[in-house]
Write a protein that binds this ligand. Sequence first.
Ligand code: FAD
Ligand code: NAD
Length: 466
Amino acid sequence: MSEKFKAVVIGGGPGGYVCAIRLAQLGLKTACIDSRGSLGGTCLNVGCIPSKSLLNLSEEFHKVKNLSSKGIEVGEVKLNLNKMMKNKDKAVMILTKGVEFLLKKNKVSYFKGVGSFKTKNEISIKNKEKKEIIISADKVIIATGSVPVSLPGIEFDEKIILSSTGALKIEQVPKKMVVVGGGYIGLEMGSVWSRLGAEVHVVEFLENITPGMDLEISQEFMKILKKQGIKFHMGHKVQTIQKKTSGAIVKTIDKEGKKNDFDCDVVLVSVGRKPNTNGLNLENVGVELDEKKRIKTDKNFKTNQDNIYAIGDVIIGPMLAHKAEDEGIAVAENIVGQSGHVNYNTIPGVVYTNPEVASIGKTEEQLKEMEIDYKKGKFSFMANSRAKAIDDADGFVKILADAKTDKVLGAHLIGPHAGELIAEIGIAMEFGASSEDIARTCHAHPTFSEAVKEAALSVDKRAIHS
Ligand code: FAD
Ligand code: NAD
């Protein structure tokens, strides 16, 4: 007899494990299946967490090397890459074990292995030794995430041609690195290796980095990264990557048809990720996919099959850990008859470079396209006393508000701690606040958050410090 559960979650990433915990909190006997051998999914194992560890450590390294101009003399600063990687691995280990503890604490049964549908209510789990067990469930939630895509005909070897996973464990700082794609991964991992000493070239198909981001921010972002030494080759399409005995040649063609070859030690291909439905045997149960091979769901995350749901990177929407988590909570609440809900207009996006870039709501380009009249407030960190005091004043805050009602429609930040500052605007937007509400809120001095208040004041052209 197979063990019977009220709910089974396939995938133990931020979508899946959060969903399993919430289901258990709501009183359902729940199981969570993950094939990786370590919980936390892409995010904790090969995504958010290891990349943020390396971003932080490489930034510290870079900062210490440049302290003498600020009156702090240090001896020779040397990189111990092996130790840095061990620190990253330790952070991953602690956090993934932490998730395992949380599942146990909430009495979620954790199964290690590949989950696939035998029937709509029966899931086969095959472990590494190919041993199979079958469990059954009233409700099944698919949270199998996403995997990196490569370019046609180009395979990741994770030594010379790297996906983000390989870029997180390079053993020696490369002399020259080519990054294909100027999106989230390319710019974060490019920053890491540039700070550690590599010459980094970003080859991007479009004319601007981080497509979809507010244009003014994207342009400022590229300007700042260029100042830091990253080289950009915009409007370049990669045709092929030729491997050599050591290194590779990235062959590109630009908009004018001019061919450019980039010789390098390693290539990071970061041109996006695709939904992961491998091995699920969806054909067995007739779960429908959309044109981009994402699992199709309704607004309650239900697939075309009554008892099967899907959340996170495997469905439509931004591929972000917090989006997956919020969907995990919402679907669990919907399953027990509550009104789980995700507000897709207030999902922040953050690039954890230095400076950080953070975005929420509509961009100026979107508002123009939607023909919505808006007012814009902008305040530079150059005029923020805290940023000036610590000599970290690149960037600005921009707030977009409805021209008639003053309701905040979007905010776009580039600057110190932008990823933390965006939370204030997220709350304001959730409460339907106006820019005036932010402007009238007392912000501590001297803080970076005063730049948010000043940007809000600037919506009505009454900023004090500019
Ligand atoms: P995943 O985290 O991908 O988890 C899915 C899990 O399901 C995996 O463990 C997988 O092994 C398992 N699985 C798949 N198929 C099966 C099966 N058949 N049976 C059992 N288990 C299966 N997002 C942010 O918000 N902030 C960041 O800073 C950030 N940084 C990132 C950095 C990098 C380098 C990368 C690659 C991604 C980053 N992301 C970031 C994106 C984030 O990692 C994903 O959006 C998030 O992990 C998606 O969560 P998920 O639960 O949908 O899927
Ligand atoms: P991305 O979609 O962010 O960027 C891909 C870039 O590659 C785009 O700029 C695109 O124009 C470019 N591109 C596509 N094909 C190309 C080609 N042939 N030649 C040159 N350029 C090409 O994808 P990503 O950087 O791989 O990241 C995947 C996803 O992972 C992100 O969209 C994001 O959802 C998530 N992520 C988030 C964070 C974060 O939240 N800080 C960090 C890393 C990853």
